[in-house]
Design a protein around this ligand. Structure first.
Ligand SMILES: *Cc1c(COP(=O)(O)O)cnc(C)c1O
Length: 383
């Protein structure tokens, strides 16, 4: 079966007991045992829950993995992964990760894990990090990144990690499995904030770890159960529901984003547009090689700095000013004052996040309405 068919049918067969076409929400925390230690597969809901199992199977299939683990948030998933590396181990990570992941690596560092942050968009930096210092246990990547949509060459980075006998984990939240399958490119683990495109409706927090080998996932399962950051059965249901429409939604997000990117690139008030689908984007050639589409996220730098960006953000009517991304509705975010305000101005400048930068999570509305909204906000036709 093709990917879109499997997304709807695989592992989500009608309930054998009742014929229900949707996976039931199993709220039971405990399960009857026929004799001490003899259960039907489920014992206690933190350890395993039938609705969660269905979600984990579906997530594993979506990414082409052997098995998956679902968590109560993206960061709960990331923290279970980092927690599995004891003091003395070494992690090399991108220097432009989702801010919460960077914070978790700082926590790992405070517990004695050696962490090196490098700009992974230039593989020479990755090679150098592997060449000096002790053996690397994990290479942690994110591509495309937030908010500059920087692209890392996954095949190249994975080759370096293989030579150094390190595992590779890739945060695939921005691309989603519709456009990028890191496991197929040789990664060991995919990380998701399922809060974003997989949930897709801005109504559920969730995270996932999806592994190429069952043994690696089983090792991480111990940490999932030990730290206990699991999702509720109802959250699992919402994510299963989101997964079924992931393919159609994400392709529409990308088509709309391409349209918005072209409009912004041609506007005199915009100094640069960052969208991996534009030939002007520094990561375009690599994105073309390793992705099947360019996603629904883009950023644009407005002439006139923070004042101009604020004016545009406030004038937009269809794009809601808010954090998060990946929902059906269009959102706009001002990184300098919102998602990236915890960084100092010097850190933001060094990272290339200008005060005039706006990040757009382009929704699945009619693209003509989105462009009209941007036009009125930029040209100031209406107050
Ligand atoms: C949102 C996000 C996370 C964190 O996920 P939460 O569900 O908010 O905990 C991690 N990585 C990326 C790329 C994200 O966008």
């Amino acid at each position: 079966m093709e990917w879109d068919t499997r997304l709807i049918h695989d592992g989500q067969a009608p309930d054998p007991l009742t014929g229900a076409v949707n996976v039931p929400v199993y709220l039971s925390v405990t399960y009857r045992q026929s004799a001490p230690g003899v259960a039907k597969g489920f014992v206690y809901s933190r350890t395993g829950n039938p609705t969660r199992s269905a979600l984990e199977r579906a997530l594993a299939r979506a990414e082409g993995g052997a098995d998956a683990l679902a968590f109560g948030s993206g960061l709960a998933a990331v923290s279970a992964l980092f927690m599995s590396y004891p003091s003395g181990r070494r992690i090399v990570a991108g220097d432009d990760l989702y801010h919460g992941s960077t914070r978790l690596l700082e926590v790992a560092r405070s517990h004695g894990v050696r962490v090196d942050f490098v700009d992974t968009t230039d593989l020479e930096n990755v090679r150098r990090a592997f060449a000096r210092g002790p053996r690397v246990d994990l290479l942690y990547l994110e591509t495309p990144t937030n908010p500059l949509l920087k692209v890392t060459d996954l095949r190249g980075a994975i080759r370096i990690a293989r030579e150094g006998r390190a595992r590779v984990a890739v945060d695939n939240t921005f691309a989603s499995p519709v456009f990028q399958r890191p496991l197929k490119l040789g990664a060991d683990l995919v990380v998701h904030s399922t809060t974003k495109y997989i949930g897709g409706h801005s109504d559920v927090l969730g995270g996932a770890l999806i592994g190429r080998s069952r043994a690696f996932v089983d090792r991480l399962r111990w940490f999932q159960n030990t730290a206990g950051g699991v999702p509720s059965p109802f959250d699992c249901y919402l994510l299963l529901r989101g997964l079924r429409t992931l393919g159609v939604r994400v392709r529409r997000h990308a088509a709309n984003a391409a349209r918005v990117a072209r409009f912004l690139e041609g506007h005199p008030q915009v100094s640069r547009v960052l969208y991996p689908g534009l030939p002007s984007h520094p990561g375009h050639a690599i994105a073309r090689r390793q992705m099947d589409g360019y996603g629904g996220m883009l950023s644009a730098e407005f002439r006139g700095g923070a004042a101009a960006a604020t004016r545009v953000a406030r004038r937009l009517k269809l794009f809601t000013l808010g954090e998060s991304l990946g929902g059906v509705e269009s959102l706009v975010n001002h990184p300098a004052r919102m998602t990236h305000r915890a960084m100092t101005p010097a850190q933001r400048r060094a990272a290339g996040i200008g005060d005039g930068l706006l990040r757009f999570s382009v929704g699945i509305e009619d693209p003509a309405d989105l462009v009209d909204d941007l036009r009125q906000a930029l040209d100031g036709g209406r107050p």
